[in-house]
Design a binder for this molecule. Structure first.
Ligand SMILES: Nc1ncnc2c1ncn2[C@@H]1O[C@H](COP(=O)(O)OP(=O)(O)OP(=O)(O)O)[C@@H](O)[C@H]1O
Ligand SMILES: [Mg+2]
Length: 301
């Protein structure tokens, strides 16, 4: 079992997209996956097809009881008839925004409410993925206190590297208080387009953080946007670019798999052949991405 927090204080870089892409990739391999939505925007909740939330994560955090997440877990609604990928979700709601200042008044347990709430629950899963809000506030600090490792999601764009430095500093400060936890699992570069600008900032991130940037990056593709809009995993889509995007998430999930024996040796081809995705016609070698479609939807050149 491992608990991974996906963080970046910058908004819109793809934390939720990468959380759900990894969740689908892990679950498609038969692993038991729990997504914890720790963002009041609740994008992971709706992205997983959950529109009716009975009890959200804020009630679990406010109760300050060991294992309280258990009472809010729901089955995700990824219900595509051919791809009924089973993922559990501890859903969020806008109420979570009100919870943060309430937690701040707790002199003793403000930082580890999520860790306490996950006690005895996280162990039932192979992978717990915490989708964080775009902030380094108390909710994200709770995620970092609960996590075994942190996955930084970054865009190849100006100032990105400075933002990553800030996260690394916070993670280091928390790890000093938690006997080395969370570890930094790496930096996922998301929305890598073909512009010179994107390639330049991709290079800058690689140079600034040697050994931390994970390969493959997740490329900018219209299929990823469409999957989010449909509340379906990208691997359930048949449009151009969907299989390639799913292959990138599969490759990343294998790199990050704590039970993978030789994570460094995982190539994209190996990832594709190891993935148990019988219904998905993944290509043996991922062809170039669907640039035309991405250009149409994003204006990227
Ligand atoms: N690789 C990609 N290709 C195309 N579109 C993408 C890609 N990754 C993310 N997007 C789109 O970019 C937008 C922002 O992504 P997402 O919501 O995952 O970011 P976020 O970091 O979780 O945002 P927030 O900080 O608001 O929580 C969404 O519309 C999503 O569909
Ligand atoms: Mg998000």
């Amino acid at each position: 079992m491992s608990i991974t927090a996906l963080v970046n204080q910058k908004g819109g870089v793809g934390k939720t997209t990468v959380t759900l892409g990894l969740a689908a990739a892990y679950a498609a391999r038969g692993r038991r996956v729990l997504v914890v939505d720790l963002d009041p925007q609740a994008n992971a909740t709706t992205g997983l097809g959950v529109y009716e939330v009975n009890h959200a994560i804020d009630t679990a955090l406010l109760s300050d009881a060991s294992g309280s997440v258990n009472a809010v877990i729901q089955k995700a609604g990824w219900s595509h008839p051919e791809f009924p990928i089973p993922v559990d979700i501890a859903p969020s709601s806008p109420q979570l925004a009100k919870c943060e200042p309430q937690l701040a008044t707790d002199m003793i347990g403000a930082q580890d409410r999520l860790a306490v709430a996950l006690e005895g629950v996280a162990e039932r899963y192979d992978d717990v993925l915490i989708d964080c809000a775009p902030s380094l506030g108390l909710l994200t600090v709770n995620a970092l206190f609960a996590a075994d490792r942190v996955l930084i999601v970054a865009e190849p764009a100006a100032w990105s590297s400075d933002g990553v430095d800030q996260i690394l500093l916070n993670v280091r400060r928390i790890a000093e208080r938690r006997a080395g936890r969370p570890e930094v699992a790496g930096i996922v570069i998301n929305r890598l387009g073909r512009t010179r600008d994107a390639q330049h900032w991709f290079g800058v991130l690689n140079e600034a953080h040697p050994g931390l940037v994970l390969d493959p990056p997740v490329k900018l593709r219209a299929a990823v946007t469409e999957a989010a809009a449909m509340s379906e995993p990208v691997l359930a889509l048949s449009r151009d670019g969907a299989a390639q995007a799913a292959a990138e998430f599969t490759a990343l999930s294998l790199l990050l798999d704590p039970e993978a024996t030789q994570p460094q040796a995982v190539t994209r081809e190996a990832a594709l052949s190891e993935a148990v995705l019988p219904e998905v016609a993944l290509p043996a070698v991922a062809p170039s991405w669907d640039e035309t479609a991405a250009v149409a939807s994003t204006g990227e050149i």
